[in-house]
Design a protein around this ligand. Structure first.
Ligand SMILES: Nc1nc2c(c(=O)[nH]1)N(C=O)[C@@H](CNc1ccc(C(=O)N[C@@H](CCC(=O)O)C(=O)O)cc1)CN2
Ligand SMILES: Nc1ncnc2c1ncn2[C@@H]1O[C@H](COP(=O)(O)OP(=O)(O)OP(=O)(O)O)[C@@H](O)[C@H]1O
Length: 218
C-alpha cells in the first residue's frame, strides 16, 4: 500500500502526462468524439429512466464537451467553497437559463443559487428529487474504473456528502475521450476515491461488474 504522499505524487505526474497529451487533441476531434459519446449515453438504461441527472458544463478544452447531451431534469455543479473543496449541484430550468449562466473558475459556467429571485433546487437537500445519474468529468479514467480528477476532490466529497444523507448512490458515469482512457490499474486510488460504474468513450461503453457483497447504497 503506497503512502498518501507517494500516491498524490503519482497522481500529479499522471495528470501532467495526460494533460500534455490532451493539449494536442484538435478541437474538431474533441467535438466529434463528444457527439459520439452523447449518442452512446442515450443507450444506458438508467439514463433513459432517470429523474434527476447531474452533468458538468464543459470547459472549452481538455474534456468531453457536454453541449450535445440532452436530459430532462438537469443539475449542474457550482463551487461553494474553494478552501474546503466543496460543490453543490443546482437545478437548471430551461435552455435560456442554461445559456445565460455566468462563467466561473477556468471559464466553467456555473449557476447562481438563486434563479428569478427564488432558491434553485439543490441536489443535496432532502426535498429535492433523487439524482439517478452523475456524468463526471476527469483528467483520465482507467479500464478498472478508477478516475483521476483535477486533484481537489470536489466530486469525491460531493458523492460522500450525497450518500451520507442516506440517499442511494447515483450511477456514476465517466465521460472519456480516447486519449483519457488508460489501461487497467494505471490510476492509483485512495480510500476517498469513488470508482465510476460506467465509462463512456466514443468507441465503447465499459460497465463495471458489481463486486461481491458491494452494497447498492454505497
Ligand atoms: N467542466 C468541469 N466542471 C467542473 C469540474 C471539472 O473538472 N470540469 N470539476 C471537477 O472537479 C469541479 C471544478 N473543479 C475545479 C478544480 C480546481 C479548481 C481550482 O481551484 N483551481 C485553482 C487553480 C489550480 C491550478 O490550475 O493549478 C484556482 O482556480 O485557483 C477549481 C475548480 C466542478 N465543475
Ligand atoms: N470525502 C472526502 N473527505 C475528505 N477529504 C477528501 C475526500 N475526498 C477527497 N479528499 C481529499 O481531497 C484531495 C484531492 O483528492 P484527489 O487527488 O483524489 O482528487 P481528484 O479526484 O483527482 O479531483 P476532483 O474530484 O476534484 O476532480 C485528497 O487530498 C483527498 O484525500
Amino acid at each position: 500500500m503506497p503512502s498518501l504522499q507517494c500516491l498524490s505524487k503519482q497522481k500529479r505526474l499522471l495528470r501532467k502526462a495526460v494533460s500534455a497529451c490532451l493539449g494536442r487533441v484538435p478541437t474538431a476531434s474533441i467535438d466529434a468524439q463528444s457527439n459520439e459519446i452523447a449518442r452512446r449515453i442515450q443507450a444506458i438504461p438508467e439514463f433513459k429512466t432517470a429523474g434527476g441527472i447531474s452533468c458538468y458544463l464543459s470547459m472549452p478544452l481538455n474534456e468531453v464537451a457536454t453541449g450535445p447531451i440532452t436530459t430532462h431534469r438537469l443539475f449542474v455543479p457550482k463551487i461553494t467553497s474553494k478552501e474546503n473543496s466543496l460543490m453543490d449541484c443546482f437545478e437548471i430550468y430551461s435552455e435560456e437559463d442554461l445559456e445565460s449562466l455566468p462563467s466561473g473558475t477556468w471559464g466553467i459556467k456555473e449557476p447562481d443559487p438563486l434563479y428569478d429571485g427564488k432558491a434553485r433546487a439543490n441536489a443535496l437537500e432532502e426535498q429535492t428529487e433523487q439524482l439517478d445519474v452523475i456524468l463526471l468529468p476527469a483528467v483520465a479514467y482507467d479500464r478498472s474504473f478508477s478516475r483521476l480528477g483535477h486533484g481537489k476532490g470536489y466530486y469525491d466529497r460531493f458523492i460522500a456528502a450525497y450518500t451520507s444523507r442516506g440517499r442511494r448512490r447515483p450511477l456514476l458515469v465517466g465521460l472519456s475521450l480516447r486519449e483519457q482512457l488508460l489501461e487497467s490499474g494505471a490510476i492509483p486510488m485512495s480510500d476517498f476515491d469513488w470508482k465510476v460504474d460506467v465509462v463512456v468513450t466514443p468507441d465503447e461503453i465499459l460497465v463495471r461488474e458489481k463486486e461481491r457483497g458491494e452494497s447498492t447504497t454505497q
